[in-house]
Write a protein that binds this ligand. Structure first.
Ligand SMILES: Nc1nc2c(c(=O)[nH]1)N[C@H]1C(S)=C(S)[C@@H](COP(=O)(O)O)O[C@H]1N2
Ligand SMILES: [Mo]
Length: 338
């Protein structure tokens, strides 16, 4: 695995340029998608956050891969969360995966997920909404300006990565369908097609893979609906064509390859709570003070980092997003509501 180079320093933050972290072959083969994205109205960073945001919706612009990075700073700063950690190498982020529909070994998804057909694809949004709708992939790509967001990803298994996602806040989609006053939670459902996903039907989990958030968590500006990463279309093993990213929660909350989003009144069932409710809770906020029954959550192993520090990197409260999301849990007992 070759390490990416990081040449650019912008506004005091080191961040990657998409063309520097992605192997050139990958870039070239996926340029079509970028072009499409540009046509769909990818926002452009101008260096003036407010202005860039205001212009984003009104003036779609053609974008070069490198410009995605400038954009990332603009929008991440807006959301109040700028990650200065070095992004994980593309090769690591796409070969060390959890996607149990394709097998339980970390190498299985990259091996097996090429069978997944990601076009045509639809996401059905239903339940407690005034305007239920089915969005196809093109509609999703055009629904809101795409942004790059560099987030930490902390798996409950105590390893972590830093991934530059491409997407927009889930709130943009939810506002379209107009949640009713009864909507208090959102459930996400992954495709479960044994013809494309060889381990759907295995007894590792109940299928389809379902996840859920409280409505205020789902509406939080950090909660991302991701269609790409590293400036490219999502690789199948990372949850193509569309997935959730909730950076302050353990990775399993971020459901991949989503086909259905349902707004509901009651706290929904979730795959890992169904599988082992003593070990995994509905909230699953990253918390170094609440250990998993079988291992400590106080530290983590950053994939791609060597040496002692790599294994003992301290885990941050809410994965480092406490300033942004802590208020969502004011007064809540986080030991009980793990
Ligand atoms: N449908 C589905 N989504 C899933 C999973 C899964 O097995 N199935 N694994 C989760 C877990 S445990 C993690 S850590 C992240 C990993 O995302 P990545 O492979 O893109 O890093 O995906 C999450 N989303
Ligand atoms: Mo995970």
């Amino acid at each position: 695995m070759s390490l990416p180079r990081f040449g650019r320093v912008d506004q005091g933050h080191v961040h990657p340029v998409a063309s520097e972290i992605t192997p050139r072959e990958v870039h070239d083969s996926r340029r079509d998608w970028l072009r499409q994205v540009a046509g769909a109205g990818l926002a452009l960073g101008t260096g003036l956050p407010g202005l860039a945001l205001a212009q984003a919706a009104a003036a779609p612009a053609v974008v070069r891969p490198g410009q995605l990075a400038a954009l990332a700073t603009v929008r991440s700063a807006t959301a109040g969360a700028v990650v200065m950690d070095k992004p994980t190498a593309y090769g690591d982020a796409t070969s060390y995966n959890n996607f149990y529909e394709f097998g339980t070994d970390k190498a299985d998804p990259a091996r097996n997920a090429s069978r997944l057909k990601t076009r045509p694809w639809t996401v059905q949004v239903e339940g407690e909404v005034l305007k239920p709708a089915t969005f196809d992939l093109d509609a999703l790509l055009k629904l809101a300006p795409l942004e790059e967001r560099i987030y930490r990803l902390r798996c409950v298994e105590a390893w972590s990565m830093v991934i530059p996602w491409v997407g927009y806040p889930l709130a943009d989609l939810l506002r379209r369908v107009q949640p009713t006053g009864n909507a208090r939670f959102v459930q996400f459902e992954t495709l479960a097609d044994p013809k494309q996903m060889p381990f759907v039907g295995s007894r590792s989990l109940e299928w389809p893979y379902v996840e859920g958030l409280r409505l205020d968590e789902a509406m939080h500006p950090l909660t991302l609906l991701a269609l790409g990463m590293y400036g490219e279309v999502l690789p199948n093993q990372n949850g193509a064509p569309v997935r959730l990213v909730v950076p302050w929660k353990y990775g399993f909350k971020s459901a991949k390859s989503i086909v259905r989003i349902r707004l509901v009144e009651k706290q929904p069932a979730t795959a890992w709570v169904k599988a082992a409710r003593q070990e995994y809770g509905f909230y699953s906020n990253v918390n170094p003070q609440v250990d998993h029954p079988r291992w400590s959550q106080a530290s983590e192993r950053r994939i791609g980092e060597d040496g002692l520090f790599a294994r003992k990197r301290p885990t941050l409260m809410f994965n480092g997003y406490e300033a942004q999301v802590g208020q969502l849990y004011a007064g809540m007992d986080l030991q009980r509501n793990f």
